[in-house]
Write a protein that binds this ligand. Structure first.
Ligand SMILES: [Zn+2]
Length: 348
């Protein structure tokens, strides 16, 4: 997740976020709360959607003691006396799904999410040793990372497990194209890839409300990464395809309720801005590769001008690899072997 300056026509109808433990009503029967995160991105947005005599919950925060305490404060304070009806999880990242198991047990509710969200989260917890398996190490080294850095990056995945409580034993699968009635509203289920596989988004055409999860954020560009389990994947192409579909599928004045930062109007300009941001990076990569053949690791300083800590490096590497795979897929670059490494050069 990085700051982004491309923002055309973004309007924030609620300029201040809710204080810890407080909620803001962003539309009739839609409450916005925030839960803290111990990262540079220091919060995740949680929404409560009026659901008959209670509230459906959208996303959870990390699976940590601090987040449990934040939820207890919410239900004892701003939500006092309210019943929670069900949990909807947008994607498998720990700030969104981390507390799902605990929340479902604590409030006796069921969880709705996509099959891929469920399976990827489950997979990480069932086979933690797979994270640093040899083929995954080799993927980083083949793309130019040294052994010491590879050791650090490849074990970062274990952090995930420390931020996720065990999932509830069952879930309700939702699929793109479904409609779900929540209270008096009917939402269309959309899914998008690129940031996380089969990320769930909800759109209410009648009220022009869009729960965008992390697909479209107002201030930062969501991380789009290639991960070692799918080294030839093209998540950037999938992300750009999703942005185009969102832009075409919703009116310009839709109220976007994202996973981080402020709700906003200006979806069309934001989708265009995010696409332009990625194309700008592709241009930098094309220029660097025109000067000399580059590994993915060689390209990091071309785009990231700051010194990256190991945590940032893992995400930056994945993001850079995504751009390279995208440009290879587009026929703008091609791979060449150089000893044990692979590099990219202009395709023509
Ligand atoms: Zn995310």
């Amino acid at each position: 997740m990085e700051p982004l300056t491309h923002s055309t026509g973004i309007v924030h109808p609620f300029p201040e976020p809710p204080a810890p433990g407080a909620v803001i009503e962003v539309a009739p029967g839609i409450l916005w709360a925030r839960i803290g995160l111990p990262f540079r991105l220091d919060h995740v947005n949680i929404y409560l959607i009026e659901d008959g005599d209670g509230w459906a919950v959208l996303d959870t925060g990390l699976g940590t003691e601090e987040t449990m305490a934040a939820w207890e404060t919410l239900v004892a304070g701003a939500l006092a006396g309210a019943r929670l009806t069900r949990l909807i999880v947008t994607h498998m990242h720990p700030d969104h799904i981390g507390l799902a198991g605990w929340l479902c047990r604590r409030f006796g509710i069921g969880m709705l999410t996509s099959q891929t969200t469920w399976l990827t989260c489950l997979h990480a917890s069932l086979s933690p040793d797979a994270l640093d398996a040899t083929p995954y190490r080799e993927m980083y080294m083949r793309n130019g990372l040294d052994r010491a850095t590879t050791d650090i990056v490849v074990t970062q995945g274990h952090r995930y497990l420390r931020m996720v409580t065990p999932l509830p034993p069952t879930f309700r699968r939702v699929v793109a194209g479904d409609t779900i009635a929540i209270g008096r509203r009917v939402f269309q289920v959309l899914t998008g890839d690129g940031h996380a596989p089969e990320q769930v988004m909800l759109y209410c055409p009648e009220d022009r409300l869009f729960f965008a999860a992390d697909q479209v954020l107002a201030r930062i560009s969501p991380n789009i990464g290639v991960w070692p389990v799918d080294p030839e994947g093209d998540p950037l192409a999938l992300f750009l395809r999703s942005l185009a579909a969102l832009r075409a599928g919703m009116p310009a004045d839709t109220l976007v309720l994202p996973g981080h930062h402020l709700p906003f109007r200006g979806l069309h300009g934001r989708c265009e801005g995010l696409a332009a941001h990625h194309e700008e990076r592709c241009q930098l990569i094309a220029e660097a590769c025109a000067r000399e053949a580059c590994t993915v690791a060689d390209l990091l300083p071309v785009v990231f001008k700051i010194t990256l800590d190991p945590h940032q490096l893992g995400f930056a590497f994945g993001e850079m690899h995504a751009h390279v795979n995208y440009m290879v897929g587009q026929g703008r670059l091609r791979w060449v072997k150089d000893g044990d490494t692979q590099k990219v050069i202009p395709a023509r």
